[in-house]
Write a protein that binds this ligand. Structure first.
Ligand code: THU
Length: 141
């Protein structure tokens, strides 16, 4: 995917956010009743979506962002441009720490998009959300 102009970027990210809203409809969240959807944009323009999937043992729960990333990586994709996250019951809802770390595995230069409280898009990079990140670069080769 080429560099996006600001207008194109807004359009693309709006569509990504819409895909995340749709993905949240598949959420399996009988315990928290807190549906989340995510849409991950790969470098070539393909979008992978995911929802949170809860487990009666709690710790087996998978967040929406990690569902999307697992789907993408298992399909051979490792380079990403952006991820949009939508919590149906909360605006301005940013990825949890575990998801930030998991996303960081495939690059800190990722735009993270959420719906702001005023309906506009809020965008931060993963490196802003996970400063001084531990990552693949931290481990000796
Ligand atoms: N959740 C996500 O899907 N993504 C996040 O970044 C934060 C939390 C889910 C996990 C759980 O199913 C529900 O939201 C409540 O924590």
């Amino acid at each position: 995917m080429q560099e996006l102009t600001t207008k194109d970027k807004q359009e693309t990210y709006k569509k990504l956010l819409e895909a995340a809203v749709k993905a949240a409809e598949q959420s399996y969240s009988p315990y928290s009743k807190f549906p989340v959807g995510a849409a991950l944009l790969a470098k070539d323009g393909r979008i992978f979506t995911g929802c949170n999937i809860e487990c009666s043992t709690w710790d087996g729960t998978t967040c929406a962002e990690r569902t999307a990333l697992v789907k993408a990586v298992s399909e051979g994709y490792r380079e990403f441009v952006a991820v949009a996250v939508v919590c149906k019951k909360l605006k301005d809802c940013w990825p949890c720490g575990i998801c930030r770390q998991f996303l960081a595995e495939f690059g800190l230069n990722l735009d993270v998009i959420v719906e702001g409280t005023d309906g506009t898009l809020s965008i931060m990079t993963l490196s802003e959300l996970l400063p001084q990140a531990f990552g693949p670069h931290s481990l000796p080769r």
